[in-house]
Design a protein around this ligand. Structure first.
Ligand SMILES: N[C@@H](CCC(=O)N[C@@H](CS)C(=O)NCC(=O)O)C(=O)O
Length: 194
C-alpha cells in the first residue's frame, strides 16, 4: 500500500474531494493541514505555490482534478466507458469553473451578485444534466457526484440556501452523504466551519 500524505488548509475546500476519495476506499492517509495564517511561510515549498498536493511515497503531485482522477480510477469511481468519462469530466470541469471564480473573500454583495448572475445558470444546468438519473453518470456513482458535494459545501457556508430551488441536486447531495464510507468520514473528519 503506498504512503499517502495530503497537504491542504484546515478547511474542506479543494482538499475535501481528495479526502472523500481516500476515505471511500478506506485508505489511510496523513491529513496534513496548514493554518491559512501560516501559509506565507510555507507557500514557496509547494509546486506553483498552491495547495492541495498529494505526496505518494514521497513524490509530490499537484492539481486537485488530476489527483482526484488518479484516485477515482483506483477507486472504480470513473466512467464505465470513454463517453461516460467525457460526460463526467464535463460535469467536474463545470463544477470546478463554478468554484474557481466564486468570491471566496465572502463579501456579501459580491457573493449575491455572483450567485445571481453566474451561479444560478450553472445550478440549473447541473440539475438538468442530472435529470431523473440517480447519479450524474446514470445508475452508478462516480467522483463527479462526490465533487458536487465537496464543492457545494464550501459555497453553502456563504449562502446556506443556494441549492433550495434544485431538488435533484439536493437529493444527490444527501445520497452521496449516505454512502457508508462517506458518512463515516463526515462523522470522523475534523470539524471546520467550511
Ligand atoms: N487549480 C488548482 C488551484 C489551486 C489553488 O488555487 N489553491 C488555493 C486554495 S483552494 C491556494 O493554494 N491558495 C493559496 C495561494 O494561492 O497562495 C487546483 O485545483 O489544485
Amino acid at each position: 500500500m503506498p504512503n499517502y500524505k495530503l497537504t491542504y488548509f484546515n478547511f474542506k475546500g479543494r482538499g475535501e474531494i481528495i479526502r472523500f476519495l481516500l476515505a471511500y476506499t478506506n485508505t489511510e492517509f496523513e491529513d496534513h493541514r496548514i493554518e491559512y495564517n501560516d501559509w506565507a511561510q510555507h507557500k514557496s515549498s509547494y509546486p506553483f505555490g498552491k495547495l492541495p498536493v498529494l505526496e505518494i511515497d514521497g513524490t509530490v503531485y499537484n492539481q486537485t482534478l488530476a489527483i482526484g482522477r488518479y484516485l477515482a480510477k483506483k477507486a472504480g469511481l470513473t466512467g464505465k466507458s470513454d463517453l461516460d468519462d467525457l460526460r463526467i469530466d464535463a460535469i467536474l470541469d463545470t463544477i470546478d469553473d463554478f468554484v474557481s471564480v466564486f468570491p471566496w473573500t465572502g463579501d456579501e454583495k459580491a457573493v449575491k451578485e455572483y450567485m445571481d448572475k453566474s451561479g444560478q445558470p450553472v445550478l440549473a444546468g447541473l440539475e438538468k444534466a442530472l435529470g431523473e438519473k440517480k447519479w450524474f453518470a446514470g445508475d452508478y456513482v462516480t467522483w463527479a457526484d462526490f465533487y458536487w458535494v465537496t464543492s457545494s459545501d464550501g459555497i453553502a457556508y456563504f449562502q446556506p440556501d443556494f441549492v433550495k430551488n434544485y431538488p435533484k441536486l439536493l437529493a444527490l447531495k444527501k445520497r452521496v452523504q449516505e454512502v457508508p464510507e462517506i458518512a463515516a468520514w463526515i462523522k470522523r473528519r475534523p470539524q471546520t466551519i467550511y
